[in-house]
Design a protein around this ligand. Structure first.
Ligand code: ZN
Length: 245
């Protein structure tokens, strides 16, 4: 576990060569075996646990960011209602993007440790997964899978996986579909920092860059940092004290 090489490239989504594509999406090799174990348990419970999104690189996240910042991609308020780009102040625009999309360089998907999952047995073949609250809340096709996962994670049968966005802390919206592999994610989280992120963003061709850099400390605390308490207690100790603390 201590042989992870956490370079700045890996931490900020610029090292796709560190990933493997054996689970249908590129992910860090460290989570392949534990995810397969979780899949086996899920299959015994009647679910076909699949990954719809794993590693996502910096350039992809930057493209999503710039599309939203220029009104070319749908913008939502904190409750998920559509917003009109032309009517937003810069601060409102920034808030609506950060609530639903990670800052380039600061996505947990950059690490290959985090995945978005669904139950392929609950939908017809070819179903386009939306990653919407309607799919995972009461009455949704993936609600049963997530109720089962809640039970497994709460009972120490999660093989290191946990939900970093289970609760609304006022930053990123709750994402029941998003799982994080704690042994790797805790190390990545400890390795990232405001200074590191500032370095990467300063060189990026990113819209709203000046506004983000001017309030990067606040943005980091509210939208990037996942508190120790959200981690399974067995792995929280891997989070280094300090800036992340
Ligand atoms: Zn996700």
């Amino acid at each position: 576990m201590d042989d992870y090489r956490l370079t700045q490239q890996l931490l900020t989504g610029q090292d796709p060569s560190a990933m493997v594509d054996v689970l249908g999406c590129p992910v860090h090799p460290a989570l392949v075996a534990p995810f397969e174990a979780l899949c086996d348990d899920a299959a015994r419970a009647g679910f076909d646990l699949k990954i719809v999104s794993g590693f996502r690189g910096f350039e992809r996240q930057l493209a999503i960011w710039n599309a939203k910042a220029s009104g070319r991609r749908q913008l939502l308020d904190s409750g998920g209602r559509e917003l009109c780009f032309e009517q937003l102040t810069e601060a409102e625009l920034l808030e609506s993007i950060l609530r639903w999309s990670a800052l380039p360089g600061a996505s947990r998907h950059h690490w290959g440790s985090d995945i978005d999952v669904y139950d392929a047995a609950a939908v017809p073949a070819g179903y386009a997964v939306q990653l919407s609250p309607q799919e995972v809340d009461d009455g949704g096709p993936f609600t049963a899978l997530h109720d089962w996962l809640d039970h497994q994670l709460a009972n120490g049968a999660g093989y290191g996986f946990f939900r970093p966005y289970a609760h609304d802390r006022g930053g990123i919206a709750p994402e029941r579909w998003h799982l994080s592999y704690a042994p790797l994610a805790a190390r990545c989280e400890s390795g990232l920092s405001v200074a590191r992120l500032r370095n990467v963003l300063s060189d990026a061709d990113m819209l709203l860059k000046d506004a983000v850099l001017a309030q990067l400390d606040e943005v980091y605390q509210r939208y990037v940092a996942v508190p120790k308490e959200a981690y399974p207690s067995a792995y929280a100790a891997l989070l280094a004290e300090g800036e992340w603390g």
